[in-house]
Ligand binder design. Structure first.
Ligand SMILES: O=C(O)CCC(=O)C(=O)O
Ligand SMILES: [Fe+2]
Length: 225
């Protein structure tokens, strides 16, 4: 007897679906949380998530840890992500507090969150259009799968006002978000059914004048290690 074919599943699909639902419900109608009206991506913005002293302190920390950014995909050209980045010390109480505030906003367990990464762009630096989710057909996937699996939500906060350039462009959606100090962006990298959402394609457009500082926290589907 032959069994009927199982429905096609993508890695971590059920967990991605569940995390989409959890965060969607948590953010719905929450004061200060603005749902950006775009289809088909769940994108939220929160103004003044960080105060100016926190932003300044994070910028200084980024200056200490920032190194040329690395990428998984070795076949990208060297101008793909030209910013400098580095993980902030998760054991630093100040960093831990901010990290936990983001976890609490999303209502997800802290253990699925990666370490907060800081990033600095100087004039001419950019992060070309990419998805934050992992391509599960690539060789890096087996390692990432063991380190917590697919990425679910992205949280990204702007830490300073950029003199010119540096918007975050969702290139498929056709929208750009200008850096606003202290504002936090959140988006679901998956579709409601748990498949990766291709329309989350986004870029850090080149800074033209001044510098741009951001922190990013990516959430997995399982304990990150
Ligand atoms: O800098 C930006 O606006 C986007 C950053 C980004 O996409 C990332 O760090 O994954
Ligand atoms: Fe990204």
């Amino acid at each position: 007897m032959t069994m009927p074919d199982a429905p096609v599943q993508v890695p971590d699909q059920e967990a991605l679906m569940r995390l989409g639902e959890t965060v969607r419900q948590r953010l719905a109608g929450r004061p200060g949380v603005y749902k950006v009206p775009v289809e088909p991506v769940e994108l939220f913005a929160i103004g003044d998530f960080l105060d100016s002293a926190e932003c300044a302190r994070l910028c200084a920390m980024i200056d200490d840890v920032a190194r040329p950014s690395t990428l998984h995909e070795t076949n990208y050209t060297s101008d793909f992500r030209t910013s400098y980045s580095g993980d902030l010390d998760p054991h630093d109480p100040f960093v831990d507090n901010i990290s936990k505030r983001i976890d609490d906003l999303l209502g997800v367990p802290s253990d699925i969150g990666e370490a907060i990464q800081g990033q600095r762009y100087l004039p001419g630096q950019q992060f070309k259009p990419h998805n934050d989710w992992f391509y599960t057909s690539e060789s890096y996937w087996s390692e990432e799968e063991a380190r917590g699996g697919q990425r679910s939500w992205t949280a990204m906060a702007y830490l300073n006002a950029v003199e010119a350039g540096g918007a975050t462009a969702f290139t498929t959606l056709g929208i750009q978000i200008d850096p606003q100090p202290g504002a936090l962006l959140l988006w679901n990298n998956a579709l409601p059914d748990g498949r990766p959402n291709e329309a989350t394609l986004h870029a850090g457009t080149p800074v033209e004048r001044g510098a741009k500082y951001v922190i990013t926290k990516w959430y997995r589907t399982r304990t990150w290690r």
